[in-house]
Design a protein. Structure first.
Length: 593
């Protein structure tokens, strides 16, 4: 052995047993020695010559040698000292594989006389080998449904050494779930069994890493280790769960088909097929909801499938189930509320509930002309509407109740100024951008007899030539009435007035329809020079209205003279004066007195 006194080792381990057997003349002694394995080369095993009773001095002469039977020559004899020593290091495990005891047989042969001595060398085991496992890593698959107390065989360790130097016990690294029990075979071999202390839960710990240590009985002891990797096999013992028990999500109305509404996500703590999920609607989800929203069975995505209209349907309630594909399928569910948000997609509407047309132009102030209602199917500001009419109109809007308005007269109306009004009602919501609508009504004003006939002049002066012909047209006194129909149909009268016991109707006449004034007699300037009377124009309204004008009738005297200027236009008041044949070079100019 390295680092030790070989003589002491031999002395300690070698036991010489001398057996003397007499066989013919070649009587030889069987000598037994015990030595530990792995002695270094040159180590002395024993004093062979002394043990055999041979004279050391004759060993050379007698040619002493060592023959190894059926093996290599591990030992030899020193002929000078008679010592048996190690020639080659001996490994007991190599020499005596799988044997508990190991012996090396030799013969010591000498000549003159020839003698043979039998030597038996026992090679003693030392603890020079550590236990080792056939596999460095032991993989075990154990279902999480396995009950506590279940046993699992694991590989045992082997040790080339024998006896107390072989495997004595096993140790397992600390574990809450596993322990070991050691079994002993008929040949004394030790075998560990892995014992499950309590049920496994793959979702808490999917893999358990253990270290199994084999320890031999040598002094000092040696050990070897192997890794045990326990893979916990899944069972479908967990139901799928959603991130939330209930969801609230909003989506704009008129969202395009295929628009993503929400990505639902359920998780299953199991694995493989036990965690593969399928998403479905529950029976509590209405057909309308299922027709409006598409649920992807593989991904849990919910997208728009049908048209969303806030005004038709605002809230969709649904229940979604996630089911795993395990042999005994488990499921979980969540509730989802989808709120449709309004967008300004509806124009406000105007409805004329009543409308009074035509109306008299003298209608009283604050009289209700029309009742209008407005509405908008949108909500919030999108559904708040404002109603307007054009400015600078003699009307105003008065809100009577929610979304009802009255159109009332705010200023006096005058048909003669404005015979009708085109009133445009404009309704606008407060959305962004705002939407509007309008409707136009025509209000016609009925005429009332509120205008008296009007003469163009405040008074009239009519010049009449004396000696006029009876029945001659003197003038046309026409009045105007801005009213309509019978309210503007005028009748003309001469207001009776006697002059010198003569009635005016005896002197003049007037066409009641057009106001043409005629002379009924021939007038004489020297007798009567002027007539004063009133002409009245009366309309046909009810009650009728009238006005009159003072008419002055003058009888002019005609005098002729030459005009110093040529081409002077004739004055309009020349009518009735005869032409003077003596004045031919110049345009006649008349001067009326």
């Amino acid at each position: 052995m390295e680092g030790c006194n070989c003589a002491q080792n031999v002395k300690r381990y070698v036991t010489a047993i001398l057996l003397f057997i007499t066989i013919l003349n070649l009587t030889s002694a069987v000598t037994h020695y015990s030595v530990p394995e792995e002695l270094e080369e040159g180590s002395v095993v024993a004093s062979l010559a002394g043990d055999l009773g041979l004279d050391v001095k004759t060993l050379v002469e007698r040619k002493m040698r060592i023959d190894i039977i059926a093996s290599r020559k591990y030992l030899d004899v020193n002929k000078e000292t008679g010592e048996l020593y190690i020639v080659e290091r001996m490994d007991r495990e190599a020499l005596c594989l799988a044997k508990t005891s190991c012996y090396l047989k030799m013969e010591a042969v000498i000549e003159n006389p020839k003698r043979i001595f039998y030597i038996e060398l026992e090679i003693l085991d030392i603890n020079d080998n550590a236990p080792h496992f056939r596999r460095d890593t032991i993989d075990l698959d154990i279902s999480e449904a396995t009950q506590a107390g279940e046993r699992f065989s694991v590989s045992n360790a082997v040790d080339s050494d024998v006896g107390s130097n072989s495997v004595k016990t096993y140790h397992l690294s600390e574990s809450d779930y596993f322990t070991i029990e050691i079994q002993t075979g008929r040949d004394g071999s030790k075998f560990p069994d892995l014992i499950l202390k309590k049920s496994l839960d793959r979702e808490q710990q999917a893999v358990h890493y253990l270290v199994l240590t084999a320890v031999d009985g040598g002094v000092p002891s040696r050990s070897g280790t192997a890794s045990i990797i326990v893979h916990v096999l899944d069972t479908n013992d967990n139901a799928p769960t959603f991130d939330e028990e209930s969801y609230h999500v909003s989506v704009m109305e008129n969202s395009p088909i295929g628009s993503l509404v929400i990505q639902l996500n359920a998780t299953d703590l199991d694995e493989r097929i036990n965690s593969d999920l399928i998403y479905t609607y529950s029976l509590y989800t209405s057909e309308k909801t299922q027709e409006t929203f598409y649920l992807n069975p593989n991904t849990g995505e919910i997208s728009v499938k049908g048209t969303l209209n806030y005004e038709d349907f605002r809230i969709y309630d649904m229940e979604v189930i996630a089911t795993d594909k395990g042999a005994s399928a488990l499921s979980g569910q969540c509730k989802l509320k989808i709120l449709v948000e309004d967008m300004n997609d509806n124009h406000p509407e105007i409805s004329i509930k009543s409308f009074q047309s035509p109306v008299n132009e003298n209608i009283e102030l604050d009289t209700v002309i029309a009742v209008v209602s407005v509405s908008d199917k949108d909500s919030g500001d999108n559904g708040v509407v404002d109603l307007h009419i054009p400015h600078n109109m003699p009307f105003r809007l008065r809100e009577s109740s929610d979304n009802y308005y009255e159109l009332v007269v705010s200023e006096p109306l005058d048909r003669e100024k404005v015979p009708e009004y085109d009133i445009t009602f404009t309704v606008t919501d407060r959305g962004s951008p705002p939407l509007s609508d309008n409707e136009t009504m025509t209000l016609e004003l009925l005429d009332v007899n509120d205008n008296v006939p009007q003469f163009p002049q405040s008074f009239y002066t009519i010049r009449v030539m004396e000696n006029n012909a009876p029945g001659a047209l003197l003038s046309s006194l026409t009045a105007f009435d801005p009213d309509l129909h019978e309210n503007q149909y005028l009748v003309y009268f001469i207001l009776e007035k006697e002059i010198a016991n003569t009635s005016m109707s005896m002197l003049f006449s007037i066409n009641p329809e057009n106001g043409n004034l005629y002379a009924l007699k021939t007038f004489d300037y020297e007798i009567e020079k002027e007539f004063l009377f009133h002409i009245e124009a009366r309309d046909s309204g009810s009650p009728p209205l009238s006005s009159n004008r003072l008419v002055t009738q003058l009888l002019p005297l005609c005098r002729y003279e030459k005009s110093p200027v040529k081409h002077v236009l004739l004055r309009d008041d020349h009518r009735g004066c005869p032409s003077n044949p003596d004045i031919t070079d110049h345009v006649q100019h008349y001067i009326l007195y």
